[in-house]
Design a protein around this ligand. Structure first.
Ligand code: GDP
Ligand code: IMO
Ligand code: MG
Length: 427
């Protein structure tokens, strides 16, 4: 059996954590393949709420092995504190596997992230300030530090020296900051080595052997399709590939092994940080979506920008990820609107456009073309099957499915594990 990818179809925070946790009980491995602790995945199990940043959401399912793949960037202090936080709450984390090839977010990467954003001023990206971009930049520049480097002090020292060589020039001469001492960084990083050692593994080998043994592997994306460095709204993106192809490079598993790609899709749209967002609302409806949907960032505590559902983006996500299914989340949040606008196309410089324009300038000018769908007022949070939903809620789901280009195989009607309507089985 197969590998499945579960990823965000919009700008992140679609409910990937909940969806992953739901499947976690039926799969053998859950793998993060990109991003780092810029992610904030909320999982609600009974009366317990967990906020996971770096660990795959499968860590909450006892039978499941959580894996941090080579494509992830890892802040060791965050990883260790997340692990101890879970241990204190009685969660067994001993099965965690950490790729020796994953890159480390060093303290200077965090500094550079913050300083760069400040320097950009009005043009800032609105990053999470966790050092994600600078760590991926070091990786691509071939001056990154990998988990395995913690186990060879001399190599580690050489690599930190190489990384800081140019950075210290920039920090002192351009940003007017103090230089960062190589020894201090090396000492701090070496202190993590023993604590991380029990988890470090050849995750590529483990995952491929697992697939040969017919185990089920679930890849859990961070961020979302429109935040992808290649396919998102560049430059207002993150520095990795949350799209489906990222699962292959970020875990070392070939595309022929992936049988299902599930796009997590919120029944409306949100975005955190800067960048274009055609259906964004600045009125009472936007405020109501934020309030009812609890749209506040798990990682940074920032209010999320809110807007109506955008089918152009959903179609785009279907295309660039080869989606086989959607998991529609937060349908319950839309209860109570008499009519619900859905963006079916854009108007760009007076012309109707059905697909996401590749041109950044065009996308910045895109105005939503709305179709009004009738709303519902009944509480849907207890619905267990599609038939339990009011007629207008059913019609809303069916309309979104038709516009978005892939079947909606599950619907979220609340944050809890059981607050889910399963239509087609994922496994
Ligand atoms: P992620 O980053 O994609 O994992 O999503 P976040 O955890 O950042 O944000 C999603 C939020 O919506 C979390 O607070 C979830 O508990 C919550 N949530 C997920 N699915 C549903 C749903 O179907 N209904 C409601 N009301 N809340 C949901
Ligand atoms: P999850 O996994 C929403 C956004 C940031 C910023 C941009 C770049 O919870 O869906 P970065 O720190 O990655 O360099 O910031 O990306 N961003 C997210 N937005 N959900 C996330 O993760 C995000 N991770 C990064 O707000 O606009
Ligand atoms: Mg999130």
């Amino acid at each position: 059996m197969p590998a499945l990818v579960l990823l965000g179809a919009q700008w992140g925070d679609e409910g990937k954590g909940k969806a992953t946790d739901l499947l976690g009980g039926s799969v053998d491995y859950v793998v993060r393949y990109q991003g780092g602790n810029n992610a904030g995945h909320t999982v609600v199990v009974g009366d317990q709420k967990y906020a996971l940043h770096l660990l795959p959401s499968g860590i909450l399912s006892p039978g499941c092995t959580p894996v941090i793949g080579n494509g992830v960037v890892v802040d060791p202090s965050v990883l260790l504190s997340e692990l101890s936080g879970l241990n204190e709450r009685g969660v067994d984390t001993s099965k965690l596997l950490l790729s020796g090839n994953a890159h480390i977010i060093t303290p200077y990467n965090v500094t550079v992230d913050k300083v760069t954003e400040r320097f950009l001023g009005k043009r800032k990206i609105g990053t999470t300030g966790r050092g994600i971009g600078p760590t991926y930049a070091d990786k691509i520049n071939r001056v990154g530090i990998r988990v395995q480097d913690l186990y060879d002090e001399s190599i580690l020292t050489q690599k930190v020296e190489a990384a800081l060589d140019v950075k210290n020039q920039i920090l002192t001469k351009l940003y007017n900051r103090r230089a960062i001492a190589v020894d201090q960084v090396v000492e701090e990083l070496l202190a993590y080595a023993d604590k991380l050692a029990p988890y470090v593994a050849d995750t590529v080998l483990v995952l491929n052997q697992a697939l040969e043994d017919d185990k089920v592997v679930l890849f859990e994306g961070g961020q979302g399709t429109l935040l992808d460095i290649d396919h998102g709204t560049y430059p207002f993106v993150t520095s990795s590939n949350p799209t489906a192809g990222g699962a292959c490079t970020g875990a070392g598993v070939g595309p022929t092994k992936i049988s299902r790609v599930i796009g997590i899709l919120k029944a409306y749209t949100t975005r955190v940080g800067a960048g274009p967002f055609p259906t964004e609302l600045f009125d009472e409806d936007g405020e109501a979506l934020r309030r009812i949907g609890g749209e506040r960032g798990v990682t940074t505590g920032r209010d999320r920008r809110c807007g109506w559902f955008d089918a152009v983006i959903a179609r785009y996500a279907t295309r660039v990820n080869g989606l086989t299914d959607f998991f529609l989340t937060k349908l319950d949040v839309l209860t109570g609107w008499e009519q619900i606008p859905v963006c079916v196309a854009y108007e760009i410089d007076g012309k109707r456009v059905e697909e996401l324009p590749y041109s950044q300038t065009d996308f910045h000018h895109a105005k939503p073309v709305y179709e009004m769908l009738p709303g519902w007022s009944e509480d849907i949070s207890k619905a267990k099957s599609f038939a339990d939903l009011p007629k207008n809620a059913q019609a809303y789901v069916k309309a979104l499915e038709e516009m978005s280009g892939a079947p909606i195989s599950a619907i979220g009607v609340g944050p809890g594990r059981d607050e889910t309507i399963e239509i087609n089985s994922f496994l």
